[in-house]
Design a protein around this ligand. Structure first.
Ligand code: MV4
Length: 463
């Protein structure tokens, strides 16, 4: 009997070819991990990326649509069809694009392919920030004070919830996340107005008016915990990262471990994350995002994808997170236990963006000169080369500069050295601004919160 797609699906996790449904540095990063695991790769591109070097290193390379992401990297049907035509048994979504789209994960599995990521149901639970919070509270993960249910309509009940939490509170859309669809309420007199506005925005942006309310934390740090899980009831956490250095919800510098976090404070939080993964049957890699204020952790969201900043955790844990993610999707038992996980030294990542230094608008054009740093403890994840054309269609990340050294101070010195050895000409980048940031005293002390970078930029502009 000839094998049908249904039969190959029944064969379960086995695959020898991976379609990488992404572009840029992460397409190159995933391709490397596949090759190291002995897997063949299918690269895809839009018309704007036809010349992309990640295409020529893949086993096959197919253009799936026009430059607009909606018609290429977000075209679910074209991607699944291409995977079948090219003989791929699995799809790796990378980050962004379709990586946290539950309907896509479901469609991939229904086509008899493996989605390299968690189940569609895990993605859906975490995509709804209220059900995510409910799952975390049930697993004993510390959350921001506030109910794990949607706000009711009754004004008096809403007022009572706000008073119970205590002002200031924050109203968030259940369908939001990553900074979209939220509004701070300083005091009672603007509560109902804030709810009405956020509800309308949520209805338009996310197709759901569902909202929830939390205590607003005024000066937190953003600290996240990386987990990796298999399909056999095993899960570990790989330490923590500090991603407080951001501007308009775009991370600029990340580091591992988060500075000044005592092991006995983070330990129970990491274990609770592992517990939560086991309780919801999580598979693959994931990130628990926390706000950290006055010595306490508060869960806000879970990311169900591989993240841009995964390298800092790779450097400190020694675990190849992308390989581990692919092996988990193949159905392998996790090859490390919690006792094997250590955190050694300190790592920083700088995101090099092609952007105007004043306006932060994406800067497209040809990179006519490129020098990249090298040396002990220096890693560069990039897809660009001299002569590369940065297109205006996609996000402006052109390279990630990653360093690792025994101590935080040494890692900062190493990043200064790496930044000094980085030259990108022909387009504007944020390199000058990153160089200045690594000379900043408060940053050197690890004394910064989520508002620091924007304040620093404001002061710098004034000076
Ligand atoms: C918060 C908060 C303060 N209190 N929630 C922004 C992104 C989204 N992941 C959640 N965000 C926030 N949620 C409570 N209860 C402040 C932020 C926030 C923020 C969080 C992390 C990193 C940068 C930020 C910048 C502004 C606001």
């Amino acid at each position: 009997m000839p094998e049908t797609l249904e039969h190959s699906a029944a064969a379960g996790h086995r695959f020898d070819t991976v379609l990488i449904a992404n572009r840029g540095e992460i397409a190159a990063r995933i391709q490397r991990a596949c090759r190291e695991l002995g897997l063949k790769t299918v690269a895809i591109c839009s018309e704007a990326d036809r010349e992309a070097p990640y295409g020529s290193t893949a086993d096959s390379f197919l253009c799936i649509g026009p430059s607009s992401a909606a018609k290429s990297y977000l075209n679910q049907h074209a991607i699944i069809l291409t995977a079948r035509l090219a003989g791929a048994g699995a799809i790796h979504p990378g980050y962004g694009f379709l990586s946290e789209n539950a309907a896509f994960a479901d469609a991939v599995e229904k086509a008899g392919l493996v989605f390299i990521g968690p189940t569609a149901s895990s993605i859906a639970i975490m995509g709804d920030k209220i059900s995510a919070k409910r799952a975390m509270m049930a697993a004993g993960v510390p959350c921001v004070p506030g109910p794990d249910t949607a706000l009711p309509d009754d004004p008096a009940t809403i007022e009572r919830i706000a008073l119970e939490i205590g002002y200031p509170v924050i109203i968030k859309a259940a369908g939001g996340g990553g900074g979209r669809g939220m509004r701070v309420v300083p005091k009672a007199d603007v509560l109902h107005e804030a709810i009405a506005l956020t509800r309308e925005e949520a209805r338009k942006a996310f197709g759901s008016p569902s909202l929830y309310m939390e205590k607003f934390l005024e000066h937190p740090r953003h600290i996240e915990i990386q987990v990796i899980c298999d399909d056999h009831g095993n899960a570990v956490w790989l330490g923590h990262r500090d991603c407080s250095m951001q501007r308009r919800h775009q991370k600029v510098v990340e580091e591992a471990p988060a500075p000044w976090i005592a092991p006995d404070i983070i330990q129970p939080v990491g274990l609770a994350c592992v517990q939560a993964c086991l309780q919801i049957g999580y598979r693959g890699v994931g990130t628990f995002e926390f706000l950290y204020e006055d010595g306490a952790f508060y869960f806000i969201e879970m990311n169900t994808r591989l993240q841009v900043e995964h390298p800092v955790t790779e450097m400190t844990s020694g675990v190849d997170i992308v390989q581990a993610q692919i092996r988990a999707a193949q159905g392998h038992v996790l090859d490390l236990i919690q006792g094997d996980v250590t955190c050694e030294g300190h790592s920083f990542e700088c995101r090099i963006n092609a952007e105007d230094p004043e306006t932060f608008l994406p800067s497209a054009g040809v990179v006519n000169h490129l020098a990249l740093p090298a040396g002990p403890g220096i890693r560069v994840d990039t897809h660009i080369h001299a002569g590369y054309k940065v297109s205006p269609y996609y996000d402006s990340l052109i390279a990630k500069l990653i360093v690792h050294a025994p101590t935080r101070a040494e890692a900062m010195a190493r990043m200064r050295e790496a930044l000094a050895g980085t030259e990108v000409e022909g387009i504007s980048t944020n390199i000058p601004f990153l160089r200045a940031l690594f000379e900043d005293g408060a940053f050197a002390q690890g004394e910064t919160d989520i508002h620091y970078l924007e304040q620093w930029l404001k002061l710098r502009r004034a000076a």
